[in-house]
Structure formats: C-alpha cells, structure tokens
Design a protein. Structure first.
Lengths: 572, 300
C-alpha cells in the first residue's frame, strides 16, 4: 500500500522535475535589456574595435548585448539607433556590452573623383622567378617596385560609414523565435544533381563561410529532404531582409582566370590571400565613378596566388607577343579573361613587363551601377564583396537553384506574437466555459487549466533544450498538443466521476481504462505526424516535432500527475 | 420542453439507430458528388493555393485597404499573371492584406510590389513579407502532401488494428475516420477554400483527432463490463461530446481571432472536421458497432 502511494508520488515528482528542467532550459530573464548583437560587419569600425559576431549556437540569453553607448544606457534597439545614427566621421564612441568595453571610431565615406592630370605611383609586387642555384632550378619570391602613371584622384567625404553592428531586441529567455516571429529570410535551394554525403557537408561549410564573410553570422544552413528523396538545402537568416544573399548562395562560384583557352588560376584553391581592407580593396581610384545615362563605379582589390598558379602564368605568358598600343603602352597579345560560372565578367590587359614572369599578386576588378551615385557606390561595393567571398571560398561542388524564398517582415512577426498570446488566452477561456457548462463544477476546470499551462511550459522548455525554433507551425503544434491534452484530461475525469456513481471499479481499473483510450489516441496521432517529419523539404517538420513533443510530454509526464490530482480531489 | 426533446432524441438513438445510419451515408454520397462535380467543372480535385502550385504571396500587415478595388486595379495593371487579394482580419477587423499571384521571377515581384505601392504608399522592405515558391517546388509539395496524408492514414489504420486486436470493430474505426476526412474535404471544396500545405498538415492532425473519439467509443463498448452496448455507448458519448465541445470551442476561438493565414486554415479544417467527427463517431461508428455486436450476440 505504501509502495503504491510512493509510486503515485513518483509521478508527481517526475512532473516537478520536468518543470524545473524546463525552467532551467528556458532560463527566463525578464530584466534583460539592451540591444543584442546579431552581426558585426567585417572590416567595419565595430569589428576594428574588437567587437565580434556571435557564434551560431550561442543560447539566446547568453548573447552579447550592448548596454550603454557613451555611458548613456541602451534599453532597447530604438535607444541604440538613437545613439548611433547621424554621427559625424572620426567620432569616438564608447560601447559597453555585457562582455566588455569597446572604443569605436566612426569612419568617413569617400567619393573618389578621377582627375585628368596624371601622377606616377610606385607599387611593390611580389613575383616569382626561376633561379638556378647550384645547378638546381628553384622558384624564389622577389619583390620588385613598378612605377605606373595613373590619373590623379580627389577624395571627398560624403558621409559617415555605418559602424557595422546589426542588433535585435535583447532576448528575455532561451525560447528561440522562428523566422515568422522575428522576421528574416529563408531560401530553399536544390542542387542540380545528387550530392554525396561528403559533398553536402563541404557545400554547407562553404555556404556558411560565404555568409560569415558577407557579415552574416546568425544563419542556419541545413540539409533537408522529402518523401520522394529529393535533396534540398534550407538557409535561414534571422532578423534581416537579405534579398541580396540569394545570389551569393545560389552562385556556384566557379571562378576561372584564363589566357585564351588555358586556365591560369581558379577561385579558392589557387588563391592564398584576398585583400579586403581599405588599402587594397574598394572603389578603384583609377576609374572612380561616372555616368553614361546610369551611374556606374569600378572596384578593384588585390589577391595573391599560389606559387604554382604564378608559375602557370609565367609559362603561359612566355610565348606571347608584345603589342605596342597607340597610346604608347605595351601589352601582351592575349588578355587575362575572368570567368564567373562560365560567364565572362572582366578582361584584363597583361602588361608587357609581366611576360614570362611568375606574378603572384594580381588586381581583380569589376563594376556596379545604380540610379544615383550613392546607389552605384553601394552596388559596386556589394559586387566586390560577393566576388571576394567567392574567390576566398572557391566553387561549390554543384550548381544550385533557388526554388523558394521567403522574406518575412519583422513587423509581421511582432503582430503574430501578440496575436498568438491573445488567441491562446481566448482559446483557454472558451475551453473553460465549455468545461464549466459540462461539469457545472469549477473544481474540475481548475486542474485541467493548470495542467494545460504546465504542459505548454514543459513543451517550451523541451523546444529550448533541443534548439527548436518556435514559429507559427510550432505554435500550431502547441495548440494541437494542448487540445489533445484537454481531451485526455476530460476522459480521465469522466472515468473517475463515473466511478463516483458506481463503486464497481477500483481506482486502478478506472485509470487503466482511461489510459487505454489515451494511449490509443496518443499512438495514432503520433504515427499521423510521422510523415511530416520527412515530407516537403522539412518545412512542416517543426509542426510535427512540436506536436509529438507536446503529446509525449502529456502522456508520459503531465497525464499521470493529473490522474493523481483527480484521485486526491475525488476521494475528498 | 427541452427535456422532452432530449428524451425523444435518445429514444430515436436507442431504437432507430440503424435508420440514423442513412444520415452519414447520405453525407458520404453528397461528398463524393461535390468532389466529382468540382473535378468535372475545374479539372482539379481542389483549389491549390500558392504553396502547392507555385507563385508569390505578399503579406502587408498593419494596413487596411479595400480588397476588391485593389484586386481590380492590380488585375487590370498587372498582366503577367492572375492576382488575388485577401484581407487579414482579427475578429472581423481588417489588420492587413495578402496579395497572391502566379509569378515567380524577382523582377515580376518587384513590379507587383510597386503596383501595390501605388495604393498604399511607399513600402520599405521591412513593411511586408514576400514568399516565392517555384512552380516545380509547389508541384512537388503537392505530391508530398498527398503522400503524407496516405501514409498517415495507413499508419493510423495499422495502429488501430494492432491496438484493438479485433478486426471488425477496428475496421469501423478506420471507416469512421475516412468518412470524417472525406466529408471535411468535400466541405472545404464546396466552400471554395484553397488548400495549402498548412491545410494538409491540418488534415493529418484531423486524422489523429478524429480517431480519438472512435477509440474512446470502441474501448468503452468492447472493454466495458456493465450495462448494455447502448448504455456503454451513451456513457462514452457523454465524454466524447464534452471532448468535442472543448476542442470546438478552442478551435473556433483560434479561427476567429488569429491573424495568421496558416493558423486560420488549420483551424478551419479542424472545426469542420470536429463537427463531422461527432456524426461519424456517434452515428456511423456507434451504429455499426452496436449492430455488429448485437447481431453477433444473437447468433451465439
């Protein structure tokens, strides 16, 4: 008898333990304020000051938060924007975060104008030379200075560069909000041909790297499949409408530099270094910006090649003729053609002095256009960033097609959250009214209500623990699980109340009967949700998973405890 | 007065339960007719929304517009594909709107957005959501959804058969669930609702929900020891109707107050399904089960 009682108590203990675990997992911090850091742009003034992008798997409440700027407290993102917008160039800011104190200096944005006058500039380039030492051929690096005549340029300050931090409201718990609830971009890609496991891993790594280089760290890239065995890649970028990354993700990024039909170097493996700092990358001072009906600008950045690629260039250029241009400059007869995904993007003349030399430092150029000058500047810099990223990360093993995109407004997310609360409260009230009408006894409605709320809490705890995002589909899953929970509790209650009228059954039998029905209902709903775990690129997986978690929590944790509660209540 | 009506109903339920089976039978015939006619008229079993056939959905929250005039002006100015406009509302108050169209190219989407802007004023990128689904993906989602429903139904049927280890009553349960799904589907077709991947997810949920009350009935009737089959059915029905009432109340509250089209579609499917579930559990399933058990008892 005592053992039996202990067994029942054991059920209540399990429930209490589950609540405590859920509390720890959710880790509510209602007092957290400030602006949480989502991304720090590479090479921005914030990055220079040492502020880093957060890691991808960091728990929401552990994120670095900006709590003060210049000693003025930052309560929310609006406060952060107030303090950091409209700043003059070269102003120092003290940014205090939960991790430390940073000194950020704002930088000016320059407009480069090309002037007609020429000036001589001297640049140093590293070349590789074949030298015979003691009878053996060696490749050695040698730095040479080259003087070129270029147009003079004028730099004018046209504004202040953004300090490069993107922020979001400080998370107040570890419940991860899905894209629908916080805004963001989801891109669904399909590889053109089937990828082996290791290629898929490589592909996802490469895409992660591309997005990180692009300045986006709050990204989730995962492989997905469907019932027909199609492969998909789902990319989710939180918080921002990042339409432009679509191209970055889908581009295979096969970069090739060719002389005639011969490949000199390719992106990724032949490139040892891509310059991304202002000194050797940016709007090309020799070309600047112009207008031919539309504004356009040119960019350039330098890269370094591996010695092998340099040697290939030396070999391929050694037999080319030197052609003297009418302007007086001498170039080789063939050009260096740059191809991105088999499309010619740029053609570079090869200076006569490079004939046969193993050059490893090369300048890559390109351009961008826009309807206004500043649009042209930003599109040019965007193009440069994309090309740099592709050159660093190299080519993806397969071509990808964008088959679906979803960009979700953060405003819509806020509306959904408020609405979900309202809907939840009203649904609960509706259920309570029905229960009061059915049982005419408020004592029955209370434990059902309490159990349902506890169930939601444990569900959110499990979701936080397994890093499952709570999005609309998950909310639908929570509703479904709570719905079945209420059903089961009514079945238990009725079974118990029936017993009140007829004492024929023992308590144990009554509960056994109720649990036979509950288990049957549980198993059928469980198997009905299983196909969704695997169907349609996993886009409804969250729904199925949360429903399964919810009904499992119900059947194994809260329902036994509820039965105990009803036993105590009806025995009184 | 009410008491007498209740007694009459109960009498009918007790004595004429076999005649009552005509009601679900007619519903099933009617459902097949609705689906067949719709197929005959449109060449499709049901209307698919953008998520199952491909296209773009633009959601603009927080702005109220005259849906019909916007649809007229968009349809006459945007010639690349059909355009439809729906309102998002919460308890009858418009809180935003949704524009659907069959296009999938970025430039077409930009053009459509700029046409919408003529009515709403300039929209920044954060002011609206855009979902683009390629038509091949839509078609594959559709196949997937159909497969998911079939698999879920088959798995449910397997669980019921294994769980009860009693072939004929299990078949009744499975039949009742099938009838519920069929009638719900036909009603949605009749109402002209478009199906999305969310409605399909709701159908799966309905398979799970619908079978609950049938299990309740079958378990109580087969495993119960006291009273007649009818008395046990009545006992189960008391519980079942409370369950259905609570579920319907919650689902309807969700349906009326949600602002999300996804949740609205799910709730609509569940609400219709729960109503048919009452009929197919307590008339169809209860009727054939009692018929079966009583005739079996007579034979012995």
């Amino acid at each position: 008898m005592k053992l039996k009682q202990l067994f029942w108590n054991f059920r209540t203990l399990v429930l209490v333990a589950a609540i405590i675990i859920a509390l720890v997992a959710i880790n509510p911090r209602p007092w957290n304020d400030g602006a949480a850091i989502r991304n720090v742009l590479h090479n921005s003034s914030a990055a220079m000051a040492g502020i880093a992008s957060p890691g991808p798997n960091i728990a929401p409440v552990d994120r670095e938060r900006i709590v003060a700027v210049n000693n003025i407290p930052v309560r929310n993102i609006a406060g952060y924007y107030d303090l950091t917008s409209g700043l003059q160039p070269n102003v120092s800011l003290t940014i205090k975060t939960t991790r430390g104190l940073y000194k950020v200096t704002t930088r000016p944005v320059y407009l480069v104008t090309v002037l007609p006058e020429l000036e001589n500039i001297t640049v140093s380039e590293t070349v590789l030379k074949n030298v015979t030492i003691n009878g053996t051929a060696n490749v050695v690096e040698e730095t040479i200075n080259i003087t070129r005549a270029v147009n003079k340029t004028r730099q004018t300050v046209i504004g202040t560069e953004d300090i490069g931090i993107s922020v979001f409201e400080a998370p107040k718990s570890n419940i991860r909000l899905g894209l629908e609830l916080q805004g963001g971009t989801r891109v669904l890609l399909q590889p053109e041909k089937r990828l082996a496991k290791e290629d898929m891993v490589f592909l996802i790594d490469n895409m992660n790297q591309r997005l990180n280089l692009f300045g986006l760290s709050d990204v989730a890239i995962r492989e997905a499949a469907d019932l027909s065995g199609n492969q998909y890649i789902v990319v989710e970028i939180a918080g921002v409408n990042e339409d432009e990354v679509k191209e970055l993700l889908a581009k295979q990024g096969k970069f090739e530099a060719k002389i005639g039909n011969d490949t000199v170097f390719v992106g990724g493996k032949d490139i040892t270094y891509v310059c991304r700092s202002a000194s050797c990358a940016g709007i090309d001072p020799q070309r600047g910006c112009g207008n031919d009906g539309q504004y356009f600008c040119g960019f350039r950045f330098s890269i370094s090649l591996t010695p092998e690629a340099g040697a290939r260039q030396a070999e391929l250029t050694s037999n080319l003729q030197v052609v003297r241009q009418p302007s007086g400059e001498s170039y080789l007869e063939k050009t260096l053609d740059l191809y991105l995904d088999d499309q010619l993007v740029d053609t570079l003349n090869i200076g006569a002095e490079l004939k046969g030399s193993a050059v490893t430092d090369i300048s890559i150029s390109g351009s961008g256009t826009g309807n206004t000058q500043s649009e042209a500047v930003s599109s040019t810099l965007q193009n440069m960033k994309r090309l740099q990223t592709i050159l660093i990360t190299g080519s993806l093993p397969v071509k990808l097609n964008v088959i679906s995109t979803d960009s979700i407004s953060p405003l819509l997310g806020q509306q959904f959250i408020q609405n979900a609360f309202l809907m939840g409260v009203l649904s609960i009230i509706a259920v309570i009214i029905v229960l009061l009408l059915a049982y005419r006894n408020p004592v029955i409605a209370v434990p059902i209500l309490v159990t349902s709320l506890v169930e939601i809490f444990i569900m959110l705890g499990v979701a936080a623990m397994i890093r499952q995002n709570i999005d609309l589909a998950a909310i639908a899953g929570i509703i479904a699980a709570v719905g079945t929970g209420v059903n089961d509790q009514i079945i238990i209650t009725d079974e118990a109340m029936r017993g009140e009228q007829r004492q024929a059954h023992s308590w144990k039998d009554k509960i056994k009967n109720a649990f036979f029905i509950i288990m049957g209902a549980y198993l059928t709903l469980l198997v009905a949700m299983i196909p969704l775990l695997f169907a349609g690129a996993g886009l409804l997986k969250g729904f199925a998973l949360v429903t399964i978690i919810g009904i499992s929590v119900g059947v194994f944790i809260t329902r036994p405890a509820y039965a105990k509660m009803i036993e105590v209540l009806t025995k009184q | 007065m009410l008491g007498r009506a209740k007694t009459r109903l109960l009498q009918m339920y007790e004595k004429d339960y076999r005649k009552l089976l005509v009601i679900p039978f007619l519903l099933i015939v009617l459902s097949f007719l609705v689906i067949g006619l719709n197929y005959y008229n449109t060449g499709e079993f049901f209307r698919k929304d953008v998520s199952l056939k491909g296209g773009v959905t633009i959601t603009i929250p927080g702005r109220a517009v005259d849906v019909e005039s916007l649809e007229d002006s968009l349809s006459s100015n945007f010639l690349k594909s059909d355009v439809s406009v729906r309102a998002i509302s919460q308890a009858g108050r418009q809180t935003g709107f949704i524009v659907d169209s069959g296009i999938e190219k970025d430039e077409d989407v930009d053009e459509l957005v700029s046409l919408i802007e003529q009515k709403t004023g300039v929209l920044s990128k954060d002011d609206y959501s855009v979902r683009v689904i390629g038509s091949t993906l839509g078609a594959s989602f559709f196949r997937e959804a159909m497969m998911a429903v079939l698999i879920a139904f088959a798995l449910m049927a397997a669980v019921v058969l294994i769980y009860f280890r009693n072939f004929v009553p299990s078949l009744f349960v499975i039949w009742a669930v099938f009838a519920d799904i069929l009638c719900t589907f036909a009603t949605l077709v009749f109402l002209g609702e478009s199906f999305s991947s969310a409605s399909i997810a709701a159908m799966l949920l309905l398979i799970g929900f619908s079978v609950d009350t049938d299990i309740l009935l079958t378990a109580r009737v087969l495993k119960g020891k006291e009273g007649t089959v009818f008395e046990r059915t009545l006992g189960a029905m008391g519980t079942g109707l409370t369950v259905a009432g609570a579920a319907l109340a919650a689902v309807l509250a969700g349906f009326i107050f949600t602002q999300s089209e996804t949740i609205r579609q799910i709730m609509l499917v569940l609400a219709i399904g729960l109503v048919f579930d009452i009929i197919h559990t307590w008339i169809t399933n209860a009727g054939v089960l009692r018929w079966y058990l009583e005739s079996k008892a007579r034979q012995q």
